[in-house]
Design a protein around this ligand. Structure first.
Ligand SMILES: Cc1ncc(COP(=O)(O)O)c(C=O)c1O
Length: 472
């Protein structure tokens, strides 16, 4: 298996970035019956090598710039095996994995300015981190309104619970609003400024109006690095608004938090993090840990426990932190009971790279994205639409473009589709100010300036192949 892993990782750059899974193989998988007799390990692994390994979604390849999908650091790959070998449940207990997770959480809490009264845990990802944080926010808002949300849910009272989100805020917050009974119709979308950053003045106006109408503002979710454009919201000004009105401030740093916490140019944002109530970040994004690893920090540990703890007597624990049950259990601060040893890969990577090593890798990714952005600026048939952190959004805009916006969108969709299927580069699509855009997000230190140039060359070659570059 070590050889298979090594071949896979070292062979990635020579392969197509992406190729769709062959239809006949997909049909074969869909109809293959459950194995009854079993097979030798070698035969099973051969099947993996032939039918699984050749068809990744592209991440890890140096010219894959889609979504926020980093390659795993090799140490993280093998950390997964070590964690699986131990296979503890990190619900709680006085065993190594629990203490390692506490240490990892404390390291990030220290970096982000969350004090000793804070609590955190590793989650399956940014969506679960945000759901966890907003559960605590809802608990606080309900308690202040004399509603026992754990007993009654949100039933039986007329007031509306509201969540505030920037136009660029991640969709996971809307999903969380639905799951928490707030409802997506009660998510207020707050306008952004020209830089795609949430406008604190618009937020303030909306909260004032809502409170005057008797509604209950549960939380504001701001972003430290939006998925679309890499924009960082003005956290300090937003924290002022939240403090004025006693509203919980959650920051989604799923993508951008590592850059904010480690790079000097984001020091002001980092300082503002010391004022927020909760933070989501994803080691499986810009800290190169294999999926899955999210992290949530909550400033008020007591509130977090009140929102989640449901402990049957046989599991109640904090009588003796040095005994069998150890420190207060993670399962009292989140939804999951049995929890994997996610912390090991994050811990090993932090110990191996240190914050300095991480800073260099993240700075490298940003430099590669900047190279891409300059290439876009210099190309007469490309137009830069947004550039924040390591995200670059652009579109093809042929010289003397005669087409309308719709035709331009259509042309860019065609280019993107052809690039994705071409196997030489991979970008994602999005919209920026209503225009369809090609979106690159560089979270791969193995990607070089030459790769960035090659990706742009591929886009431009595809554009000229498709109808001479003019929108139809
Ligand atoms: C800014 C942002 N927030 C939240 C998420 C959701 O994180 P996850 O996919 O780990 O649940 C993402 C995922 O790309 C993201 O980029």
């Amino acid at each position: 298996m070590v050889d298979i892993v090594a071949d896979y990782l070292s062979g990635l750059p020579q392969r197509a970035v992406f190729q769709p899974y062959p239809a006949e193989q997909a049909r074969a998988l869909a109809t293959e019956p459950i194995p009854t007799g079993g097979a030798p390990v070698d035969a099973v692994l051969k099947d993996f090598v032939e039918r699984v390994a050749p068809y990744p979604f592209g991440n890890g390849h140096p010219r894959f710039y889609a979504w926020v999908n980093s390659p795993p650091h090799p140490l993280g790959v093998f950390a997964e095996a070590l964690a699986a070998a131990m296979n503890p449940s990190v619900a709680g207990g006085n065993h190594a994995a629990v203490h390692i997770e506490h240490q990892v959480v404390r390291w990030f809490a220290d970096l982000a300015g969350f004090g000793d009264e804070s609590m955190g845990l590793l989650t399956s990802g940014g969506s679960m981190a945000t759901l966890t944080a907003l559960t605590v926010a809802r608990h606080r808002a309900a308690r202040r309104a004399d509603i026992d949300v754990r007993a009654d849910g949100l039933q039986g009272h007329a007031r509306r619970f509201l969540l505030y989100l920037g136009t660029e805020g991640h969709g996971s917050a809307r999903k969380a609003a639905e799951l928490l009974g707030i409802g997506s119709a009660n998510v207020r979308t707050i306008a952004s400024n020209d830089g795609h950053r949430l406008r604190p003045d618009a937020l303030r106006d909306q909260i004032v109006r809502d409170r005057a109408n008797g509604h209950i503002p549960v939380a504001v979710m701001a972003s430290a690095g939006t998925v679309n454009t890499g924009a960082i919201d003005p956290l300090d000004a937003i924290a002022d608004v939240c403090a004025e009105h006693g509203v919980w401030l959650h920051v989604d740093g799923s993508y951008g938090a590592p850059a904010v916490l480690l790079l000097d140019e984001h020091r002001a944002t980092k300082t503002a993090l010391a004022r927020v109530d909760s933070l989501a970040m994803d080691p499986h994004k810009w800290l190169y840990a294999p999926v899955d690893a999210g992290l949530v920090l909550v400033r008020d540990r007591h509130l977090a426990r009140d929102a989640f703890s449901l402990v049957p007597p046989y599991l109640r624990t904090d009588d003796d932190p040095d005994g069998v049950s150890g420190p207060v259990w993670f399962s009292e601060y989140g939804f999951d009971q049995t929890r994997p040893f996610r912390a090991l890969k994050v811990w090993l990577l932090l110990k191996h790279l240190g914050t300095t090593g991480y800073r260099d890798l993240i700075a490298h990714d940003i430099a590669t994205a900047n190279r891409l952005a300059s290439g876009v600026r210099a190309a007469p048939d490309l137009q830069l639409l947004a550039n924040g952190l390591s995200v670059v959004c652009f579109r093809c805009r042929p010289v003397d473009c005669a087409g309308d916006d719709q035709a331009l969108d259509e042309l860019n969709r065609e280019v993107l589709n052809a690039v994705q299927l071409g196997g030489r580069a991979f970008l994602a699509g999005t919209t920026v100010n209503g225009a369809f855009a090609l979106r690159a997000c560089v979270v791969n230190p193995g990607s070089s300036a030459a790769d960035a140039d090659a990706v742009l060359a591929e886009v431009r070659a595809t554009l000229s192949r498709l109808g001479g570059g003019q929108p139809r």
